[in-house]
Design a protein. Sequence first.
Length: 92
Amino acid sequence: MDGRAKRVLVYTASILTAPMPVMPFERGTREFALALMACGAILSLSSSYVVRGEARIKHRALLGNKLLAAALVTLLFGMSLLAGSIVYLSPT
């Protein structure tokens, strides 16, 4: 298995499993915010792994560019989930 195949596998697995911690909790609760934090962390870590791996390749085909773009969007989404959960949990 080459590097891109590993990155695609990690990216796909994280997209499929990241929402699972959120499912048993009701919206608006502290546990829901903590689960969203875990979801954002999973998405951010896997997306940063893919972005770093794809950015090292100098000449990418169209598929590599699409993977890089999707990973960047998912990285921003994961970071916003993480930041939003931290803001929600911060004492007021």
